[in-house]
Design a protein around this ligand. Structure first.
Ligand code: NAP
Length: 339
């Protein structure tokens, strides 16, 4: 039986968790990894799986190597998780973001169509594609909701989403979009707000250095990355390809995320001031959270809340974790690093 699986973005948060999940199912993992001056295998080392993965050196902007592997391996599944995934950075580098997140997807799909049409393709789509739904707070987003992307990241992802659908409907390729709402965990990238908060609050406890944040009133539907990668696999194991929202159905603001983190760390804080001058201070009047204008996005997405009813019905979506468990896991992980 063909057990070959290609994962782009295998060194990222989701790629690492997905690789571990699939290795437990005895799949042969081929992970795309780009040349990097930092240690690209950090997350895989933490999970203890680096040696179990076959690495393919390739950058998503240069396609030859990936095409060669699709031809050679004819993988059973192809998970496209590689991306320039940081929304704020995409405003500074829109062309690069589009090249990695969109143009590369066209190349991968075209190569699957020409060289390995039985390969099942998963595209890492995102709730950011819904974009600005200002004035419609409490609106719950699902597969039929309108998209209104407001960042280069979201626009590039929306184009890739439509390409994925087009290869499904036009060419009959098994190509599915997972429209995943935010999901986090100990392996989350350093620049993402949840990691910044957990790491920053712990650092504050040890050093007294404050944490700088942008818009603390943005609300997100936050899940646990380990639950979400299992859904990626299940989506490709259906008999029919389709698009699915994966979300928890509960949204919290960044301010609430700070409060939960402090609560778990027994750090008593209160919020004072308003607008750009709002801050969180401790009982000793020490500033913990300071708002910084430069950390606001040019166009923010203020509210994202997902409705995963379709995935519940068809894919059997039932998360094992929740935001509280997920924050506790992140805290435990950072505490070990401090020790
Ligand atoms: P991540 O931690 O930022 O990982 C991104 C991965 O893409 C890394 O392995 C990175 O490699 C790789 N990559 C970036 N540019 C590349 C290039 N030019 N060539 C080859 N590889 C490249 O992201 P994640 O949180 O795991 O997310 C996985 C996917 O799901 C992404 O497509 C993201 O946009 C999407 N998504 C994530 C969320 C979420 O909340 N996490 C929600 C919805 C959708 P390096 O290690 O070399 O940087």
């Amino acid at each position: 039986m063909n057990k070959n699986v290609i994962i782009t973005g295998v060194t990222g948060q989701d790629g690492a968790y997905l690789a571990r999940f699939l290795l437990r199912k005895k799949f042969k993992i081929y992970g795309i990894v780009r040349r990097n001056s930092n240690d690209p295998f950090k997350r895989l080392d933490i999970l203890g799986i680096t040696k179990k993965i076959n690495f393919i050196n390739a950058d998503l902007s240069e396609f030859k190597q990936i095409e060669l592997q699709i031809k050679k391996l004819k993988p059973k599944m192809f998970f496209n998780l590689g991306a320039q995934s940081f929304v704020s950075y995409s405003f500074d580098n829109p062309d690069y973001t589009d090249k990695i997140n969109n143009a590369s997807v066209v190349n991968i799909l075209e190569s699957i169509r020409l060289n390995s049409p039985k390969t099942k393709f998963y595209q890492a789509s995102t709730s950011e594609m819904y974009g600005d739904i200002k004035g419609i707070t409490k609106k719950v987003l699902h597969e039929e909701s309108k998209f209104n992307p407001v960042s280069p990241y979201a626009i590039s992802k929306l184009s890739a989403y439509y390409y994925t659908r087009m290869y499904r409907t036009g060419y009959g390729i098994f190509a599915s979009n997972g429209i995943l709402f935010n999901h986090e965990g100990p392996l989350r990238g350093e620049q993402f707000v949840t990691k910044k908060i957990v790491k920053g609050v712990l650092n504050f406890i040890h050093t007294g250095q404050p944490v700088y944040l942008g818009n603390i009133y943005s609300k997100r539907d936050w899940g646990d990355a380990e639950d979400y990668v299992e859904m990626m696999y299940r989506i490709l194991n259906l008999t029919k390809s389709d698009d699915f929202v994966i979300a928890t159905g509960k949204a919290y603001s960044i301010k609430e995320f700070v409060n939960m983190t402090c609560n778990f760390l027994n750090l008593k804080i209160k919020w004072v001031g308003s607008g750009i001058s709002e801050k969180a201070i401790t009982e000793q009047n020490k500033p913990l959270i300071i708002i910084k204008k430069s950390l606001f996005r040019p166009h923010d997405v203020s509210y994202l809340l997902g409705d995963a009813s379709k995935a519940k019905k068809i894919v059997g979506w039932k998360p094992k974790s929740n935001i509280q468990k997920m924050i506790k896991k992140m805290i435990e992980f950072e505490k070990k690093i401090y020790k």
